[in-house]
Design a protein around this ligand. Structure first.
Ligand code: PLP
Length: 284
């Protein structure tokens, strides 16, 4: 079980980056997290597309084409030789003056970090997790748009700290107008009247790749799906809830602020989505 870091094409066990990199100084970077299933990268094209969109949104030019990035990922995954890998691709603004202006940064750094896949405890899936509705708000779309996956995650760090203090595994955030958005590193779904519901992209969330797959699978399998804008009170009548993300996949949420959601255990639609999502990964 090893870690390998590819820094601008050089693969080592450790890598060091200048303290003058604006990624370090200002969170001026973009990133993606990719996983393997049975040793194969999944949804890599989707992740690279989002990486490029994020970079474009912050006027950062990625110095490699997609096929070159994939080759570097594959070389790094091979060097790490883990059964299953967690892969983090980071493109930073690069080294420049200690000045907020990125103009002085001429060369972005491309980092590919590979380590053994992170596994969550099995009981997170069999019993579900407790999530806290926190006071920290998700960034408004008009500020640092949550649809851009940047290295500036302090908003979510604060939400996570508040959730931990409340004894919860993760935080559910509202946007500044009081609508449900997402959790710190995952999208949020709930079931009400047998309908699968999730905050729409307009609420100010990351367009999760797992979220998109789950929405497609639900529609293909006859589950009624609704994307919308809702206040948190709607969750009082929720029958089920779950979160989605590349690493967590589909993880049941069985209590909110330590109060059970529905029967307080993973419900039928959640279990169905877990199974359908796992089937997709196996078939890739
Ligand atoms: C804020 C946020 N929302 C949602 C997600 C889930 O996205 P994906 O399914 O593409 O991993 C992530 C993943 O890191 C995230 O950071």
């Amino acid at each position: 079980m090893t870690t390998r870091i590819n820094l601008n094409g050089d693969i080592q066990q450790e890598a060091f980056i200048s303290v003058l990199d604006h990624g370090f100084l200002f969170g001026d970077s973009v990133y993606e997290v990719i996983s393997t299933h049975q040793g194969r990268l999944y949804f890599v094209q989707e992740h690279l597309k989002r990486l490029r969109n994020s970079a474009r949104a912050i006027s950062l030019e990625i110095p490699l084409a997609d096929d070159a990035i994939i080759r570097e990922i594959e070389k790094t995954v091979e060097a790490a030789a883990n059964l299953e890998s967690y892969i983090r691709i980071i493109v930073t603004r690069g080294v420049g003056e200690i000045d907020i202006d990125p103009e002085s940064c001429t060369r972005p750094n491309v980092l590919i970090f590979v380590k053994p896949a992170r596994l969550y405890p099995e009981e997170n899936y069999t019993h579900g997790i407790n999530v806290a509705l926190v006071s920290v708000k998700r960034n408004p779309k008009e500020s640092l748009n949550p649809g851009i996956k940047t290295g500036n995650y302090l908003n979510n760090v604060l939400a996570k700290v508040e959730a931990r203090q409340a004894g919860a595994a993760d935080a559910l955030m509202l946007n500044p107008t009081g609508q449900l958005t997402e959790c710190t590193t995952s999208n949020f779904f709930f079931v009400r009247d047998q309908r699968l519901m999730t905050p729409s992209l307009d609420c100010g969330i990351l367009s999760g790749i797992t979220r998109e797959v789950v929405l497609r699978l639900a529609r293909e399998n006859g589950v009624l799906v609704e994307e919308g804008e809702w206040p948190p009170e709607i969750l009082q009548d929720a029958e089920e809830a779950f979160i989605t993300g590349t690493v967590k996949r589909v993880m049941p949420v069985t209590s909110l602020d330590s109060r059970p959601i529905g029967e307080g255990k993973p419900g039928p639609i959640t279990k169905m989505m877990i199974r359908l999502y796992e089937d997709v990964l196996t078939s890739l």
